[in-house]
Design a protein around this ligand. Structure first.
Ligand code: ADP
Ligand code: NA
Length: 333
């Protein structure tokens, strides 16, 4: 069997949220600590599918590197690097543009969501092709497992389709079929203002999200104002079925304590959100404040961050280059 190898990435497109932490960063660190070979990327080439201010992009790349490390990614154990420093991504991305079918890309719901209410024809070709580049990110390392939030499931499925079509078209058994790993209580952290939308750094309302860098007062205030309902917490998870906002806060509590929704309800059933929210705020602050403190410390030495990224890129290149050499050979180049 193919040995397990994990790949995942995050865009350096501005502040990180509690959703990115619970759905991605913290789980990446857990996988690393389980001893699985892990490759984690700052996907800056994905970020430029929408225009980025160059100085802010450079800052966000370093800040995301600091966030990875502050969340427990050890750049000696995991490979931690910046996508644009390893050209295999762009090279394989182009090859996959030629493997993927237009019909497949047309079915990607994230492109539809990101252009909803806007003129889709005015968005970049890169935004449309982004999932083929994501397939290249994963398959340039022959990764077998991709820990992601629920929103990325369709893109990992597309990656499998691309891998299968490549193998079929060239009569090889070359790329593995990578599997999305979507697990835990926080696969989809929702907005604090609207239980039908995911918590996102691109939401125009700052009150809708908790940022990794929010201070204790801001976190407490945002949670106090989070939309809920007047009912007390129920005895069982079914009691949250039609209460999206309440369910979201319970999910966050469960994820932050590494426990289950049932365990949280066991502790809080019968109590109202007036009691629950301050407890949740205290918990969120206790988890996030050491991370933001460490990020601030790391950001004081950007030279060291750049050195970590250069070393990571060398290690990533050493894995990806022989795979790209084989790909070129297979396709006759
Ligand atoms: P964003 O969606 O915030 O722009 P990215 O697209 O860079 O961030 O996603 C980085 C990772 O964070 C992905 O694995 C994604 O699934 C995860 N993620 C993003 N938002 C959430 C959320 N609200 N809940 C759970 N996971 C999330
Ligand atoms: Na996303």
């Amino acid at each position: 069997a193919v040995p397990n190898r994990i790949f995942s990435g995050i865009q350096p497109s501005g502040g990180l949220t509690l959703g990115n932490y619970l759905g991605a960063l913290r789980r990446f660190a857990q996988k690393q600590d389980e001893g699985i070979e892990s490759i984690y990327c700052i996907v800056d080439m994905h970020a430029i599918t929408v225009w980025q201010d160059p100085a802010k992009l450079r800052h966000a790349t370093r800040e995301l590197t600091a966030a990875y490390i502050a969340s427990g990614i050890d750049p000696e154990k995991s490979v931690l690097f910046n996508q644009s420093q390893v050209s295999a991504h762009a090279e394989l991305g182009w090859i996959f543009n030629c493997v993927a079918r237009l019909g497949w890309m047309n079915r990607m719901t994230q492109f539809k969501d990101k252009t909803a209410g806007k003129n889709a024809e005015a968005s970049s070709l890169g935004l449309y092709a982004y999932p083929a580049l994501m397939a290249a990110d994963i398959l340039a390392y022959k990764a077998t497992h991709v820990p992601v939030g629920d929103d990325q499931k369709q893109h990992v499925e597309l990656t499998r389709d691309i891998a299968a079509k490549f193998n079929h078209d060239f009569g090889v058994n070359f790329f593995p079929m990578p599997e999305p790993v979507i697990e835990g209580a926080a696969t989809r952290v929702m907005s604090l203002r609207d239980g039908t939308k995911k918590m996102s750094k691109s939401d125009p309302s700052d009150a809708s999200r908790i940022n990794l860098t929010d201070d204790a007062d801001t976190i407490a205030k945002k949670l106090r104002k989070a939309v809920t309902d007047p009912e007390p917490l129920p005895e069982t998870a079914e009691g949250l079925a039609s209460r999206a906002e309440a369910r979201n806060l319970v999910n966050i509590y469960a994820a932050l304590t590494n426990s289950s929704v049932e365990a949280v309800l066991g502790e809080f059933a019968g109590q109202g959100f007036g009691t629950f929210k301050p407890k949740l705020a205290e918990l969120a602050v206790s988890v996030l404040s050491p991370i933001s403190t460490e990020m601030t410390r790391l950001m004081q030495d950007t030279g060291e961050i750049d050195r970590i990224l250069s070393r990571g890129a060398e290690r990533a290149e050493a894995i990806a280059r022989p795979i790209l050499d084989d790909v070129y050979d297979i396709i006759g180049m």
